[in-house]
Design a protein around this ligand. Sequence first.
Ligand code: NVA
Length: 307
Amino acid sequence: MKKDFLSVSDLKREEAQQLIEQAVDMKRKGTPPVLAGKTLALLFEKPSLRTKVSFQMAMHHLGGHSIYMSPEEVGLGKREPVADVARVLSRYVDGITARTFSHETLRVLARHSPVPVINALSDLEHPCQSMADLLTVHEKKGGLSGLALAYIGDGNNVANSLLLAACLLGIDFRLASPPGYGIDEEMLKQGREFAAQSGSRFQAISDPYEAARGADVIYTDVWTSMGQEVEAEKRRLAFSAYQVDGRLLDAARSDAIFMHPLPAHPGEEIAAGLLDDARSVVFDQAENRLHLQKALLARLLAPQQAD
Ligand code: NVA
């Protein structure tokens, strides 16, 4: 049966661990062409740099092809119902990667597509980002469980998936967000369930310095996500005490790393120059999207060969 990847919670703990191990392996040893003759459709409602190019290159390295469709091209749900787009595309391609506003659009695509559907970011989650992030943490820290990650900023799609991935794999997750901008209850519930199973801990801490104290990873994302542009000014005010700078990183462990999914806005969620701080691993983090997604595509599009 086909498998989709719409949420981190689509993975069991062992599957998430295997995915990271496979990505480490592919990164070290090169990529077998297990997707020769296969094609991935990339269906995007929002702009993209890393996700688009890393998925296209992942398919290329695996011996397959990709077809990119820009926001204007398909008119998901406008020119044609989402269900019909899924039913048509799946007659031509072996997998669909989609970036949507509503997470429900992904669910409808998945329901009507006999081929795997992968979430390339929705308003609710960004699971490929988070699994690639944990690959980076694994590389930099030599493992995952027992670490503490402090997420400073908006409880958005990136935060949601990171919470789930961290709690699933035994990393303590601390969240520092301004009132009204935290992670929503449903996600927190899921995160707490994962944490209870893996032995990790979730804490909401309003003071960013307290959240950062002794952490192994400091993570932030934009204050205004794609689709929220009208709120940008209001958000700049609400988040002004949550900027990540060198002083905040100093509160973390001396060997802590700084992560951001990019694109970044120096002067907003990070201080100018922070991407070039010795503790920043953001460009390795961006590279790892490619490696993690290769492992993911091999598993979903050629499950027999990937095992
Ligand atoms: N939270 C951001 C992530 C971009 C990779 C957004 O949705 O715009």
